[in-house]
Design a protein. Structure first.
Lengths: 468, 468
């Protein structure tokens, strides 16, 4: 599809639709919307539009659809797969003005929100009313709930509470042609037609522009306990993960961090942090939550006993809110720390949980074969390992040409284990060239035809998920 | 699409594919496959095929797709929306030979099964290994897991554990053209391409023929407690439901039964059953489960205290396994009891939970206006009310012409409450004429185009979900 460049006349039309102040062409705004948190990628849009109502989104979409102008929706720009990058230029649809929590329905344990609400702020508003929305991506302090829905985000709590898709009941979205639809109904059970809601969750802004979201909620949980377990062997740490589940325990978080991850994070946030003896190779950060404190202590005791099956250092039990905050900050800042440390690529591998040790070994083996250093960490309880590949002193030549081959080898082994390319970051722009490893032409053909159903002209977030 | 009738030559081709004994044309088999559990509907197939392998399913589908022969997949025939009825004749694809549990992966809390396994048998095999697959439709003793996936079935435990869609990780299916695909990966988190798995779950056998299913599992739960609470007012019973959740409790079952439902069920299974004083208008059947018995007793005490806010009779706490079995049998047999009692239609209304009292009042009001008697029961904790409309002495004329208008009025009010047509039974054949109440032409258009992506010739389970 041959897209059209934006003309001065388009700009004045956009101004008529939204008002001048919401049609941005200054260098600063274009630059701001030229990147998200994916590597060091930059792609300039031609204009940034900031609609404030569903009607305005509809008008913009209809206009661009009629004129073959590409539109890339943007949340908070915290994505890690380049989903918000306007790689073909055109319009960035900046959804930041959709920041109202429209209705907290305590009676029904539901909330209706606009997509531009910061996830953590939504969680805090709900918590103040005794309601709990669990999914908590590392970027929760800055990411938008709309972006979370678009990526089907996870986070540490997914291991017990599930990911975003497990909480989305209904979505209002604007189709590329400007039509506005709801995808489902505000009910806990729904066997009425095809599940458009679940199709849209995780579709990375390629099927429609999300303008309202209805989430199911659960009662707030009153207590949590946190411990940090140091291991002499990273493989042991991965093995210990599955033992916890086999013993019948489901922690509310079960995070793995290689030594480097924790070390870099400590340096990054200049936290006195924790004691890190040279022999420690990895840590598990384990949280349990519930409403009965005495029981959580029992669980923690049982889990730490399970950890003793392996060679561990001294287990740190967080004994204050501040210490919990510090430990979580260390975990949540790993990504930023690595980013600040070196040019890198982040992979979001996921395998059946029991295969985590094999996944880690595979990452290191492929790294040795192809000469890259990696820092691994992530949501071990879900079998979801973030692999940060560090450029360090790898040549630009190898970084450009040899590394993609290495990643293909890694993904092939991941898929052979029953795993797949991304657990929570999405495919977006930077992983699409690997989709042929996870899916054959028949599967990809079906997905592309589904894209065509929603976006026949292909103007919405083009060049994402699929190579062509 | 003009479908073709089956010829003797087709039959001999099918025999070459499957072997004579699996190509059935005798009256008894055709009759068996002419109905499911939906009302008293009968639609004769031209032939019943019983493939035993995915290759055989593929061969049959390709053959029928090339020749425009309609194919209706069939599980155990326990459906309540007519999804398995071969309303246009042609082939019934009887999946009963797909009855192997292929792999119980205890390490990863997953099971890979064929679709023709009886749900309860699957659950028992898993339980014997300490694993738990919660969804338990009333028909669990006879329904197939494949049918459950096709309908996105629920059951009493959905209120705590979710429905079938919350457990399906990956599906192997045969497309109408004979191609075989997997829909996803065997992982707990997946942000890799569109969620074909969730699109197929609940698609009622209209997108492909399911041949393998990968389910996630959870650790088996060791204890449960059950109580039956009699109410003087059915509306009070519905109100009490939400109080339980607002107090922070999530029962593992929370079932509502109108007096008639329980009475008819007691008569049907000739159970000495329970004492049913004339002033009792409805019951709540409430179960809590977990691994700490003392805690469950605390929960039951707290919940029964909440019940005391209303005018209730004496609460029955099941004090033996036998009594639990008896109470559950009473609940599970309501549908069959009503069926045996009169010609009836069953609606599967679902609304946001707190609106359950209003839903019940609406059902009764519409019943009075249009002169039908209804017996209501169902999964109150999910806002999912089964409305059995009894023909009794309604004239055939009114049953045929007036009742559908009444149902439209009821569904319009349900949708106006934020609810929808079906919580767990699906749309299938008998509810499709009401789809325009839940969805507009744009929504229906998208769904139909998605159907076309998978089944361009429309041979697979035709005349279901959509009117045209």
């Amino acid at each position: 599809m041959a897209f059209r460049k934006i003309t001065p006349q388009d700009i004045s039309q956009f101004s008529n639709m939204l008002g001048d102040r919401y049609v941005l062409t200054d260098a600063e705004q274009l630059e701001r919307c030229s990147h998200d948190e994916t590597e060091d990628l930059r792609h300039m849009p031609e204009v940034v539009l900031q609609p404030g109502t569903v009607e305005e989104v509809s008008a913009v979409m209809r206009y661009c659809n009629d004129r073959l102008i590409p539109v890339t929706p943007r949340g908070a720009g915290t994505g890690l797969s380049g989903g918000a990058l306007p790689v073909l230029g055109g319009v960035v649809l900046d959804m930041k003005r959709f920041k109202k929590i429209l209705k907290v329905d305590k009676e029904n344990f539901q909330v209706t929100t606009e997509p531009g609400v910061i996830t953590q702020e939504l969680q805090e508003v709900l918590k103040s009313q005794g309601l709990f929305y669990p999914p908590d991506p590392a970027s929760k302090g800055s990411c938008f709930i709309g972006g979370n829905v678009s990526e089907n985000s996870g986070g540490p709590r997914a291991v017990k509470y599930g990911v975003v898709k497990d909480y989305v009941l209904n979505i209002e979205m604007v189709l590329p042609n400007g039509d506005v639809i709801w995808t489902g109904a505000n009910v806990l059970k729904n066997a009425t037609g095809y599940n458009l809601t679940q199709l849209v969750v995780g579709s990375e802004g390629t099927l429609g522009v999300i303008t309202k979201i209805v989430l199911r909620l659960i009662p707030a949980v009153t207590h949590d306990l946190l411990m940090l377990v140091p291991f002499y062997s990273a493989t042991d740490a991965c093995k210990a993960v599955n033992d916890i589940f086999l013993a019948g325990y489901t922690p509310s978080a079960l995070e793995f961090m290689e030594r480097d991850a924790l070390e870099w994070s400590m340096r990054y946030i200049q936290s006195a942090g924790i004691d890190l003896p040279p022999e420690i190779q990895a840590h598990l950060l384990i949280e349990v939550d519930g409403n009965r404190l005495e029981q959580l202590f029992e669980d923690m005791e049982a889990i730490s006993a399970i950890m003793q099956r392996y060679k561990t250092g001294e287990i740190l039990f967080a004994d204050s809110h501040e210490q919990k905050q510090m430990l979580w900050a260390l975990r949540r800042k790993v990504g930023e720390a690595v980013k600040s440390n070196s040019v890198y690529k982040e992979e979001d591998t996921v395998v059946p949980r029991a295969l985590l040790p094999r996944l880690l070994e595979t990452v290191k083996r492929v790294g040795q074969e192809y000469g890259f250093h990696s820092v691994c960490y992530g949501h071990a309880g879900d079998g979801n390992l973030h692999v940060n590949i560090i450029k360090a002193n790898m040549s630009d030549e190898d970084w450009q040409n040899k590394l993609p081959q290495a990643i293909r080898v890694l993904f092939r082994e991941v898929v052979a284990m029953g795993g797949t390319l991304s657990g929570e970051h999405g495919i977006g722009f930077v992983q699409k060239s690997y989709m042929d490893i996870a899916f054959n032409d028949i599967q990809l053909g079906i997905m592309k035809k589904i894209k065509d159903v929603f976006d026949p002209k292909g103007i919405l977030n083009p060049a994402k998920i699929f190579v062509n």
